[in-house]
Design a protein around this ligand. Sequence first.
Ligand SMILES: [Zn+2]
Length: 310
Amino acid sequence: MQIILVSRSKKVPKTLDLACRRMRWRIAAMATVAVTGCMALGATVALALASPRDRALSQISELQQKIKAQDIMLGAVRRDAQRDLDALAVKLGQLQAQSARLNALGERLAQMGKLDDGEFDFDQAPPVGGVEDTTGSAYTLPQNLDTSIKQLATQFDGQQAQLSALQSLLMDARIESNLKPTGMPVQGGYISSYFGTRPDPFSGRNARHTGIDIATPLGTPVHAVAEGMVTFAGIRSGYGDVIEIDHGNGYMTRYAHNSKLIAHPGQRVRVGDVIADAGSTGRSTGAHVHFEVWYKGRVVNPLAYVRSHR
Ligand SMILES: [Zn+2]
């Protein structure tokens, strides 16, 4: 067999005679070299291609390990955060309970002070939050907590303002109440003569009795029935030793027939202060306190005042 190689540059074609033993060897050697070269190239290419994949695989596995570790850490952080949130939720619950107690207290104060209920809205609905949830589900959104805390803060501010207003109103009410004649000027004793027209105990003729008489043992302490200023302490015709207190709101009280005067003019007296000892000075048939209440310059029936309570 003969292979004829034709070249453009060479006019004469080259002839490879396969029948020639030397030529066959040369071709076999060339083929062997070519095959070996191809195999080496293939191996190199295969290695070059396989190496990055392995590296990537190992990197992926490394990342997976890292992610796993981070996941564990995240779990711990989440548990911590949940614990913190639970603690906050508990704290918030306590604050809300306190707020409810404040509301109840405020309402009671408003009732005690006989204040207009409409003025004090202590009966607000409690703030909504997961704390009231009894299903046991914990807070999952910090946003809920934040909202609840803000609501609670606003509520506390409102309560603060309302309680301050209530306090000043109660103080005013208390002062007002302290200035009004209330209760008996002596402990014990009984009313032996009422206000109004009665036969005069000395002349027997009808006469107007301008107060009430409270029969009481000699020396019984006589108390101021309201806060005020002593305007008179001395002897008045018929009244004997008398104390007069101006309460500054149109009221004046008079305590007569005392055996001893304790308060002095210009003295400021509080509710219940001892101002005199009961006696029988002046036009009197026995130890008693003659008690008068004056309102805006006119003598009034003291009965309603002595029977009222502060
Ligand atoms: Zn009298």
